[in-house]
Write a protein that binds this ligand. Structure first.
Ligand code: ATP
Length: 614
């Protein structure tokens, strides 16, 4: 009823009530002050008894430090007999201990009790995915749940055994879609090491479920953070859809928007707008553009929503894409089934199930607050991290690296960094090396230096996201064929890119955080092959690097040594190569300046269009 009380003008009778109320309130305040005083004196006496039992208890000379309000109240209050109060206090159970009141300006050294974090059951009890790929024993041919068409494609690709993540996740998804309507499938989150075959673990069940159910609607949408990854995943889907009637479209922004629109929707006289693709692989940004501008682009028949590299998409939510997708699906469903204001059996049965959400990453956050935003339906977690205590807050950020990967770090002076790398390439004969720097200019300078220095011994190329698709593919092909021995790039390449046969990863500049580290080193040691990762550090970067490694729950990484005389022997040829590199870089800068001056001059000399007055 308090909600409906309205304060309005009060007449005299009400004023009398008010005076009465005030008196009562004052009475209550006085009582509380008296209680506090007694509580204080009891505590004081008890302290004195325990500390100095031989001396009689003394009256406190000074007032205790109280907050302002309390001290004012105290001055107005007549003093109460303290001996009486002591007795009263000792017997009274209601009296509150003084430490319950915060004393302003005084440090409170009491230890706060730690509130232990309680993870939701699905996060604290994940389905374990074994890490080892070498011991994988799940022969493709013997799996009854796998369609013969897919088995044939797998065999033709040289996949004879399924990897652990595929063995666990594929049958789970297939099974979930067998449950009868109106039961909805459990959404899933998969956190498994880099190169452990996560892509096939969503490609296989999606193709198998959709291949028997042909229509002219988009039924699977796969969202990735960048164009290169979207192209890579689309390629895998196309391969496994080859012997089916399913069509796959890539919406990554590599071709003009209009062309993408023509590839994805078509207008027919009989059916209206229809989709040209059953499975769409896209980047988050391009998806929102299509939702907003492409006529006939609809996700109303969506069965699967896959989010690969989910944590990266989550960190940089592009164009609020999830909000747009959810809104679009909800709106389309309401148009199809009508809006139900009451929950009835009919309204529940008519309700279309939301798309089955499948989240994948090697560094998937298992933080419930972060996962909350995906709006998952009764989710299940598949995890390869070997924690046995998921209740512990620290353990939910554990990331697993492939078992076949050897990790090391090496320390040196800043000016010796190129020497260390050169030593690996020439003296230790490292081939198929992927090298990461923290900036594209640094990557370019290093590539020029190594090409000059290692002339005739090895070949270096830059692999940056600035390269067009054809050049990029040609560089990767040459790398696979050992025509190029070293690829140098930035972290733009670190995630998800499946570079075949990469033997070594060198972090020429240290990684900025644990996720970057995991994805960098994860470019080697893929699909059960051996891999080796080395991080080059300056002495003052070692502690920070160790902290980064610890933050991912990883064991300490061993240090490897390079002998001083090895570096000394290289120093002369290095100086010579440096001089040549400087000249080349200066020449490049000069030619760039000349080019831009030329453009400016041409623009100036262009005749301006004259405006004719009407
Ligand atoms: N069962 C298998 N047998 C042999 N090779 C496989 C198998 N499954 C996948 N591969 C190969 O392993 C490589 C890595 O697979 P994939 O790209 O799916 O890894 P990932 O777990 O997604 O890695 P990342 O987290 O780095 O993206 C690919 O070249 C793929 O063809």
């Amino acid at each position: 009823m308090d909600l409906f009380v309205i304060n309005r003008y009060r007449d005299k009778d009400e004023e009398i009530d008010l005076a009465e109320q005030e008196a009562k309130h004052l009475e209550r305040l006085k009582k509380r002050i008296a209680e506090r005083k007694t509580a204080y004196s009891v505590k004081k006496t008890l302290n004195e008894i325990t500390l100095k039992p031989q001396k009689p208890a003394e009256e406190p000379k000074s007032e205790p430090i109280l907050n302002q309000e309390e001290s004012v109240e105290r001055k107005q209050e007549p003093l109460v007999d303290k001996t009486d109060n002591n007795i009263q206090k000792q017997t009274s159970k209601k009296a509150k201990p003084s430490h319950e009141f915060k004393v302003l300006g005084v440090n409170d050294f009491e230890k706060k009790t730690k509130v232990s974090r309680v993870l939701p059951y699905w996060l604290s009890h994940p389905i374990n995915v074994p890490k080892s790929l070498k011991t994988a024993s799940c022969p493709v041919e013997k799996q009854d749940w796998l369609h013969s068409t897919l088995k044939a494609t797998l065999m033709s690709e040289g996949v004879t055994n399924l990897f652990p993540v595929q063995e666990k996740v594929v049958p789970f998804i297939l099974n979930e879609h067998k449950s009868t309507y109106p039961f909805w499938p459990h959404d899933i989150c998969v956190s498994a090491p880099t190169g452990s075959g996560k892509t096939l673990s969503f490609v296989l069940p999606i193709v198998q479920i959709l291949m028997n159910d042909i229509g002219c609607h988009i039924r699977a949408l796969v969202v990735l953070p960048v164009q290169e990854l979207a192209a890579q995943v689309a390629k895998v889907f196309k391969k496994y859809c080859m012997k089916t009637r399913l069509k796959v479209a890539l919406l990554g922004g590599s071709i003009p928007m209009q062309q993408e629109q023509q590839n994805i929707v078509r207008y027919t006289e009989t059916l209206g707008w229809v989709s040209e693709a059953d499975i769409v692989v896209c980047t988050a940004g391009r998806l929102v553009e299509h939702l907003q501008t492409t006529e006939g682009f609809t996700l109303s028949h969506l069965k699967f929503l896959v989010i690969d590299e989910a944590d990266r998409i989550m960190d940089h939510i592009q164009n609020d894409w999830l909000y747009h997708v959810d809104k679009h699906i909800k709106l389309e469903n309401e148009l199809m089934t009508g809006r139900h204001s009451n929950v009835t059996w009919n309204s529940l049965v008519e309700q279309k199930p939301p798309p089955h959400k499948l989240l994948f990453s090697a560094t998937l956050s298992q933080d419930p607050e972060k996962l909350e935003q995906w709006g998952l339906f009764q989710p299940k977690l598949f995890s390869a991290s070997k924690s046995n205590n998921y209740e512990d807050e620290e353990q939910i950020r554990l990331y697993a690296t492939p078992e076949e990967l050897t990790e090391e770090y090496v320390t040196c002076e800043a000016e010796h960094k190129p020497l260390i790398l050169y030593n690996f390439l020439v003296n230790q004969k490292w081939d198929k090396v992927l090298c990461f720097t923290n900036a594209s200019e640094a990557a370019h300078r290093l590539a020029v230096l190594l090409n000059t220095w290692g002339r005739g011994q090895f070949k270096v190329a830059e692999l940056s996201s600035a390269l067009d698709k054809a050049t990029r593919e040609s560089v990767l092909k040459k790398f696979t064929q050992s025509e190029i021995n070293v690829l140098i790039g930035t972290d733009a390449l670190a995630r998800g890119i499946d570079i075949p046969d990469c033997n070594y990863v060198v972090s020429y500049d240290p990684p900025r955080n644990i996720k970057t580290y995991i994805h960098r080193v994860g470019r080697t040691g893929r699909a059960g092959r051996l891999g080796h990762a080395v991080t080059i550090l300056l002495q003052n970067q070692v502690n920070q690097f160790k902290e980064i490694i610890q933050s991912g729950g990883k064991a300490e990484i061993p240090q490897c040594e390079v002998e001083a005389n090895v570096l000394e022997n290289l120093s002369e040829s290095y100086q010579q190569a440096m001089r040549e590199t400087k000249n080349q870089i200066h020449a490049e800068i000069d030619s760039k300046v000349q080019k831009s001056l030329g453009i400016k001059r041409r623009l100036k000399s262009k005749p301006q269009k004259r405006k004719f007055e009407k």
